[in-house]
Each structure stands twice: as C-alpha cells, then as structure tokens.
Design a protein. Structure first.
Length: 607
C-alpha cells in the first residue's frame, strides 16, 4: 500500500521557506545587511538595480567566512548565532534561524565572495536556484560580498506580484533607514541604478543620524527620552505634537536594537500622545526599548518584525507613561520659556464689587480707563469669572491688573500671560504680540483644553465641582434616552449632573458641573449620555472616558464667534498657563499659531 504522506525534497522545502522569509527584494536586503551587522561590519554598501528585481549587492567589511563556512551557510538551519535551546532567550544577534540564505539562494542566481581574517585568499561560490554551479579562489579584502540576481526567476507566479521598480526600492530604502537609525556608528551607502541615494557617515550620537535620515528640519522639535524602571530602559527622541504625519511610517520603535512593528509598543506610543494629535495623524519618534532578553521573545515570526513580551502590561504602562511625561515636561518648558518677572499695576476691587457664585469662583466687575492704544472704552464695565481662594466672609480687597493704576504688583508670569494682547480677530482668535512675533490663539481650543484638564483632574479626585441651578431644567427625553439615563444615572451624578425623575420621560436637572454653561442643557446631557453608552459599564478605558470629558468640555467652553473683553482674554491666557499640554486642544488641534516679523515683512516686500 502506497503511503499518502511524502517527504518533500530539499529544493522544494527551501522554496516554501522562501515564501515566508523572502517576500520581496527588501526582504533580501534586510537579511543580508543584518548578517553584515552580526559579522561586526562598520561599513556596508548596498547596490540596487531596478528596485532589486534585477540585482542586489551587499558589501561589508565584517569578519568574513572561511571556506567551510561559505558552504555551510547555505544549509537549512545552519547558524553560528545559537547552539542550545537557552540561547533562544538570550539573543544578541539579528539573525539566528539559519533559513534566510538557503531561502534566498533557492529563488535567485546568487554569488558570494568572502574571506576571513586568517585566510590568505577568499572564496567565490555561485549558486543558481539552490544548486552550487561554480567555486573559485579570489583575492579580496576581509569581509563578504553577496550578489543576488534575477529574484524569483524560477518562480514566475511570485515574480509577477512584485510592484514597480520605484515601489520596491521604496521598501528597500525604508529597511536601510531603520537599520541605519539603530546603528549610528556604522557607515551605510545605498545606491540605486548607479545613483547614490543614501550616504550616511558614522555618527557618535543617534540624533545626528536621525537628522540625516528623517530630516534636519524636525531636529529642533525633537525631545530626548531617557527613562528607566527596573530592567526597562527607554531612550531616543519624540517630536512635539505639532510635528506629525498622516501614516505610521515615521514611528520607529526598536527592542534591544531590533526594529519591530509590535502592536503593544505602537499602542503605548500612541497612548502617550493621547489628546495631542488629531484623528488620523501620527507622531515622529525614534525610540529604543532595552530589557532583559529573556523578557521578550523575538522568535514568533519568520521576518522577526513581531515580538512577544513576557509582561505586556508593564511594558505598555512604562512606555506610555515615559512618552507622556516627556511631552508634559516639554510643554511646560515651552510655556515657561519666556516667563519673566514683571512689574504691573493693579486696580483695587472692593469686596462689595463682586458676586460669589461658588466657594472658589467669583464674578468680578472692573472699571477700566482707556489705555494708551485706545483698546478699552473709558469707564467700560467688564465682568469675568476668576478663581477665589479666600473664604466668602473675607474683607480683603481683590486685585485685578490695570495699567492705569499707580499701585505696583510684582509677579512671575507664564508664557501665555506674558503675551501682549492686541485684540480679537473675527471674534474667534486672540491676537497677541510675543516680542517681534504675532501669535494667534484659538479661544475655543484654548478654553477647551483648560476645561478638559480641570474636568479630568476633578474626576480623578472623585468629585467634580458643581453649581446648582436656580430653577431646575425639565428635560423631555425619548424612550432610548430615558433608558440610557436610568442605566448611567450614577455615572452622570459622578460627572456633576444631578438629575431627578420627574414622571414619565421627564427628568429635572438640578445641578451641572461648574465650568459648563447653562445654554442648551438637553443637548449637552444627551451627548454625554451617548458617549457614556458607547463606553459601556464594563469599564472605562482612558481613550473612551476621555471622549466623555472632551464632550463635556466642548459644550461648556467659550465658542468661536463669541466676543471677549480684554479682561476675559487675560483670564483665559492666565488659566492656559496653569494646565498641561496647553499647545493643543483635546482633539489634537493646535491652540496657537505664530507669524514671525520676518514673514510679515516679506509679505509687504520690505525685505
């Protein structure tokens, strides 16, 4: 009886393995360059013809191979990287499977020339479709040269799936870029069709290599990362949120020197940028995660692009917190970079000239005279809400900045408060001077960030400050909205909405969060309910619950097309200095834009 199960021939096994390891020319380049790095090379030249479909040559000055090793390296599962099972969990090399070279040789016309330091001459071996055709001794310097021609020549079904030359070369250049970022001390040269595309000289620090590869224009916006937690260490650079891209191509993450596309690591990085980037935008960052080799398994995919962490939660929290903290500190540095001691005058507001609306908020009425530029009408009464830390019975006068008063007040101002307010443009943007620069501030985006951070802080402490309505609002809800409210009633109360059933589908709204406005309360309540319902009761993730707070902040803040008085603008800028991430609204939109004097003078042809 004939057996149905057959042992596959070696040639077919190599072609099957090639389908996993060699996806396209870029896969060949990756495997060959990684072998060069494992061989200790500090100078690697990659020559490409027709996107790698016609010819790939990788030349290095590594340790090279002896006569026996040149033949053995093309045997399946032949490797010098590991010897025992334990070595799999203490890997310090890029390649270790012993599948790449036999797989490449099985689907191409391959030549290798190599000489080790102890040999008098090198050896050349020519292989076609996995079969050795010729061997010669040659005189070459120490190192190895791999030449791969006519990739997939014997597998036309695979070859027809290759893209245009430029597309394939784009994948190759990305592979070289990743390896160059991970090894700044190695010289890389990439040539395509006889033209030098990359010529990356050895660098002493990774920032210089990043500038050469990613671009010098973003170097000023990069923030260094140096964080440690136990055996975990994160280093590299992250860009300010203002520098972002439409794809994840500029998110470079490395684990123990190996470039990876790991979902846990990518999500952690994006979580660090939470509420700082608009939807569909991605950061620019180059991050290196170092941890004990036994805490990560790189043997989970043939291309080794994916890894598996022993403790994914700890790694995620560490990376996310590290990125978040660095961005927060950077935001604070930007906000305080021009904060200088200043001398200003103060107008005294008597205690009877204010109305107490809560324990720590006042509506203050201020009478201002016309300033030197005529920005405020003489005797105009302005009202604004300001924070008040004293008790309601306190008889001390309050101070509000007024340029005409002779009294002096010395203080340290933050960045936004130090700006000189020019006025309001289109009732949506605050125009300010910052030295010689013109700064435009989106008033809604600014107030939205303030409200969001305050809501978030108060919710984290367990109580959102509320204000009772003088007359409860009666809300008529639909059946679906009524059902949602009954399910989320406790959560709504914790968010500062006190709602009492009023019969049928009617509910009485008795109090709302302090920072929210009372207009269109039904729409506000229904929107918050909808957000809570989409999150569910099983647990509130950061992203999902932040969406609830963002919705609340968006409802309660200053709108576009809303006229602001000077004192209100001042209060807004002062509060903006007090919150984190004050360069962007919670949706990731920028809060301010800068127009330099040089640019303005160019517009008017003055320079």
């Amino acid at each position: 009886m004939n057996s149905k199960i057959k042992i596959l021939p070696e040639k077919l096994c190599n072609q099957i393995a090639a389908g996993e390891v060699v996806e396209r020319p870029a896969s060949v380049v990756k495997e060959l360059v990684e072998n060069s790095l494992d061989a200790g090379a500090d100078e690697i030249v990659i020559e490409i013809d027709r996107g790698g479909k016609k010819r790939i040559v990788v030349t290095d000055n590594g340790c090279g191979m002896g006569r026996d090793d040149v033949f053995l390296c093309f045997e399946r599962h032949a490797t010098s990287k590991i010897k025992t099972e334990d070595d799999l969990f203490h890997l310090v090399y890029h390649g270790f499977r012993g599948e790449a070279l036999p797989s490449i040789a099985a689907v191409s016309r391959l030549s290798v020339i190599s000489r080790s330091e102890g040999d008098d001459c090198g050896l050349r071996v020519d292989i076609v479709g996995g079969q050795v055709r010729n061997t010669d001794e040659v005189g070459v310097p120490c190192g190895t040269i791999f030449e791969v021609k006519d990739l997939f020549f014997n597998l036309p079904a695979r070859r027809k799936f290759l893209r245009k030359d430029d597309t394939e070369f784009g994948h190759i250049s990305e592979i070289v870029t990743r390896l160059a970022l991970a090894h700044p001390s190695v010289y890389f040269k990439l040539i395509h069709n006889g033209r030098t595309v990359l010529d990356l000289y050895r660098q002493n620090c990774s920032l210089d290599r990043i500038a050469m590869v990613v671009g010098r224009t973003i170097v000023d916006d990069l923030v260094p990362v140096e964080c440690e937690q136990g055996t975990l260490k994160l280093s590299g650079f992250v860009a300010q949120p203002t520098v972002n891209r439409s794809t994840t191509a500029t998110v470079y993450s490395f684990v123990n020197g190996r470039f990876v596309k790991d979902r846990v690591l990518h999500h952690a990085i994006m979580d660090g940028y939470r509420q700082l980037l608009m939807k569909g935008r991605y950061p620019v960052c180059v991050l290196f995660l170092q941890l004990d080799s036994e805490m990560v398994d790189v043997n989970v995919h043939p291309t080794k692009h994916e890894v598996r962490f022993h403790d994914q939660r700890t790694v995620h929290q560490f990376v996310s917190k590290s990125v978040r903290d660095v961005l927060r500190d950077s935001s604070r540095e930007i906000s305080s970079s021009v904060g200088l001691p200043f001398v200003a005058s103060a107008a005294v507001v008597e205690p009877n000239n204010h109305e107490l609306i809560s324990d720590n908020h006042l509506i203050v009425s201020v009478v201002e005279d016309e300033d030197e530029q005529g920005g405020v009408d003489s005797g105009h009464v302005l009202e604004t809400i300001v924070e008040y830390s004293g008790a309601p019975q306190q008889e001390q006068p309050l101070c509000v900045v007024d340029q005409q008063s002779p009294a002096l007040l010395v203080d340290d101002r933050g960045y936004f408060e130090s700006l000189t307010i020019i006025g309001q443009y289109h009732r949506s943007y605050i125009l300010c001077e910052d030295g010689d620069d013109l700064v435009l501030i989106d008033q809604h985006a600014a107030h939205e960030r303030i409200g969001f951070e305050r809501f978030k802080e108060q919710y984290a402490t367990g109580e959102i400050i509320t204000q009772e309505l003088l007359f409860p609002d009666i809300l008529e809800l639909s059946i679906r909205e009524d059902t949602e409210l009954r399910e989320q009633h406790d959560q709504m109360k914790r968010l500062g909405f006190e709602l009492e059933h009023f019969g049928g589908l009617s509910w009485a709204l008795k109090s709302i969060p302090l920072f929210l406005l009372e207009n269109d309360v039904k729409s506000m309540v229904c929107d918050v309910l909808a957000e809570l319902n989409s999150v569910g009761n099983s647990g509130l993730t950061h992203d999902a619950f932040d969406a609830v707070l963002i919705k609340m902040a968006c409802h309660g803040m200053i709108r576009a097309n809303q006229r602001l008085e000077v004192v209100e603008m001042k209060a807004l800028l002062q509060q903006l200095d007090e919150v984190d991430f004050n360069q962007h609204c919670p949706h990731g939109r920028p809060i301010l834009q800068r127009l330099r004097l040089n640019d303005v003078e160019k517009m008017f042809r003055r320079i």
